[in-house]
Write a protein that binds this ligand. Structure first.
Ligand code: GCU
Length: 670
């Protein structure tokens, strides 16, 4: 049943009859090769899609040379497409062309690419156009991905538990693999390919060394076999001291020849099973994970060890820059930059440094990470969370497209004006929000975050609003009367969460450990930087973390123009105010209010924004199927209750510190 959410954005619900007839006469006969697994995947998807959308089977695939035709293929697989070879090459290995043209007497719609995978991507694009009711008469689309690595990171443990996962258990059923090939694995691959995701790291960055043991490699190899037709490479997170825990060596020192041999052998063992294995993702010397620093070596030494083992096979190392030391730093936001910026140029060519979008940890809002633009000789990937660890888990409706877009478009000024974060990237990694829940993502609206991640990784210049409109049309209905209100809700939702959780640049106010509800108070945590008071620094005089030259000077990690702006109380953007400044409660804001009044107003506004979403959603009753309508409505009730909880707890706590009265009209919760 499409209404249970399982079909994601690939519902292929019947189109309105005149539109279906219109498309049917233009598409005509399908001419598609089926010699390779990817060719079969493309053809199957097309049959599934056209069958559903057009209400009847399209004309049987064949080669009859009369009437309009939909022709799929590459220069190798199709004589009709062979003449386009040079044009297709310019679109790269994964690019594709959708073009309506005439070949002799026939009207032909070409879905053409250099390689089969491009054809599959093209098929998904075409199906999206049909689902959204687009005109195809003069179709001429050329697409190629802007980023090479578009990778999901599953934080899945071997026991089925997903760290920071809110959508059930891990999809990977290690118990029944490799024998049982759950069809759900293929549906997962289809969903990823439909948005251009081309890699998946199967296991948690807090890795278990056992994931490299032969029996798990056999299981991973089966998943790789299932994903390969869809252009998805499998990667594994590795534990740096696996040579000890798994190999029985007495050291994991990267300069030790025995350790180097162990990793070379392990790489050979993996590639014997998975010839196109993507490589390793590594969290080292962070939050207690082992790493090269345990042996007095650098991150570059550690990354080189693994890179050299993978290089003969074509694999990459995605080395994480999220380092979080044991001793409490003066300012945790500065640590990654301090440890890595000096290593620019020291990494092997097959190492990519994976940097979180902001300098702390997936907060509702952070400034962009200062390493973007600061390591010109090192390929960088941006890691974002799709799972919403700090954004209300799966129940709060928070569309993350605007968050991703904000960072991708941020101007690092590294090479003058217009040096966006997106330009500094070789790839994007998204911490997956996928599990065994029937909806895959724990809620209907959280599917949009998976979708938006893929679309933006393909082309970071796309707009979050356009992507939301596509998603809403594919997922609910192409009727503008449905799409527009849903897009309105989605586009305002991230700012709503910022308002009721962490307005004006505040961060990490969540309760310790689970990170769900508010916890801005002193909670007696074991470490200063595990408590919210470390971050908000509220006292009788004011609130905010002073990261200017007078404080931690974290601002100096940005290029001079950015540092100057962020460091200047008069010029810092209001959404980042308290990230960079400790500001007196009576500071006059642009709105004319004092900071204290503004803070309270933002919290209340966040609650009202959730009420606004409820109203919009109520207006869609009858236009969205009852099953999904009811679940979203129920989740919005939970979100409203929790937004109020956030607002009341935060305002009450900060008031106990500021000693200021509540502004008029704010005494009671709105
Ligand atoms: C956050 C998260 C951890 C995770 C870590 C990481 O701190 O709470 O669960 O392991 O990020 O990205 O490594």
């Amino acid at each position: 049943r499409a209404e249970d959410g399982y079909a994601l954005w690939m519902r292929y619900a019947p189109l309105e009859p005149t539109l279906a007839a219109h498309y049917r006469t233009r598409l005509g006969q399908v001419v598609a090769p089926d010699q390779t697994a990817t060719q079969r995947a493309a053809r199957d998807e097309l049959e599934r899609g056209l069958g559903g959308l057009l209400g009847s089977d399209p004309q049987a695939p064949g080669t009859a040379a009369i009437g309009p035709a939909l022709v799929l293929g590459t220069p190798q697989s199709s004589a009709l497409i062979a003449p386009l070879r040079a044009q297709l090459q310019s679109l790269g290995e994964e690019g594709y062309l959708l073009k309506r043209t005439r070949v002799g007497e026939r009207d032909v719609l070409l879905v053409a690419a250099s390689r089969d995978i491009g054809v599959l991507y093209g098929v998904f694009h075409l199906l999206r156009l049909l689902q959204t009711g687009a005109r195809i008469d003069a179709l001429d689309v050329r697409q190629s991905p802007r980023l090479r690595l578009r990778v999901l990171n599953h934080w899945d443990n071997l026991d089925g538990y997903v760290e920071r996962g809110y959508a059930g258990q891990s999809l990977w059923d290690w118990q029944t693999l490799p024998e049982w090939r759950d069809p759900r694995y293929t549906d997962y691959a289809r969903a990823n390919a439909s948005v251009g995701i081309n890699g998946t790291v199967l296991n948690n960055v807090n890795a278990n060394a056992q994931s490299l043991a032969p029996q798990y490699l056999d299981k991973a190899a089966t998943l790789a076999d299932l994903f390969r037709p869809y252009g998805i490479r499998v990667y594994l997170s590795t534990r740096f001291n696996a040579p000890i825990e798994l190999g029985g060596l007495d050291t994991a020192d990267p300069l030790d020849p025995g350790v180097q041999r162990w990793w070379r052998d392990k790489a050979a063992e993996i590639y014997a099973r998975i010839p196109d294995f993507g490589g390793f993702l590594v969290k080292a010397n962070s939050e207690g994970q082992p790493g090269p620093q345990d042996y007095g070596r650098s991150h570059a030494d550690g990354a080189s060890l693994l890179a050299d083992a993978l290089a003969p096979h074509g694999g990459v190392v995605m080395w994480r820059a999220f380092v979080y030391a044991h001793d409490v730093p003066a300012d945790r936001a500065t640590q990654a930059y301090s440890e890595f910026v000096g290593l620019d140029g020291a990494f092997r060519p097959n190492v990519v440094l994976q940097v979180k979008n902001g300098p702390i940890d997936f907060q509702p809002r952070e400034p962009f990470h200062p390493l973007f633009g600061a390591m010109p000789r090192t390929p960088l990937m941006m890691e974002v969370q799709i799972t919403k660890e700090y954004l209300g888990f799966a129940t709060h409706l928070v569309y993350l497209g605007p968050l991703y877009e904000e960072v991708l478009r941020a101007d690092t000024r590294a090479r003058g004006k217009g040096s966006t974060v997106a330009q500094a990237l070789a790839g994007m990694a998204g911490v997956a929000n996928i599990g065994t829940d029937r909806t895959w993502s724990g809620s209907h609206f959280d599917q949009a975050n998976w979708y938006a991640f893929g679309r933006l990784a393909w082309d970071p210049r796309q707009s979050a609003g356009d992507i939301a409109a596509d998603w809403a049309a594919l997922t609910f209905s192409a009727d503008p009367g449905v799409v527009q209100p849903i897009v309105g809700m989605m586009m305002a939702s991230r700012e709503a969460a910022v308002n009721y959780m962490t307005p004006l640049g505040l961060h990490h106010l969540m309760a310790r450990g689970h990170h769900h509800g508010p916890g801005p108070w002193v909670d007696g945590g074991p470490r200063a930087d595990w408590t919210s008071v470390y971050y908000h620094r509220a006292d009788h005089s004011g609130i905010g973390f002073d990261r200017t030259a007078g404080g931690s000077n974290a601002v100096a990690q940005y290029s001079p123009d950015v540092a100057e702006q962020y460091g200047d109380l008069a010029r810092v953007p209001a959404p980042l105010l308290l990230w960079f400044h400790h500001v007196p409660w009576d500071h006059r804001m642009a709105s004319g209010r004092t900071l204290w009044d503004e803070l309270v107003a933002r919290y209340s506004q966040g609650v009202r924004q959730v009420q606004g979403m409820q109203c919009t959603w109520a207006g869609l009753q009858g236009r969205v199927d009852a099953q999904r309508h009811a679940q979203v409505a129920a989740f919005l009730r939970i979100q409203l209750r929790e937004a109020q909880w956030w607002r009341d707890a935060s305002v009450a706590y900060f008031q106990s510190v500021s000693g200021r009265p509540l502004p008029a009209g704010e005494a009671a919760p709105p």
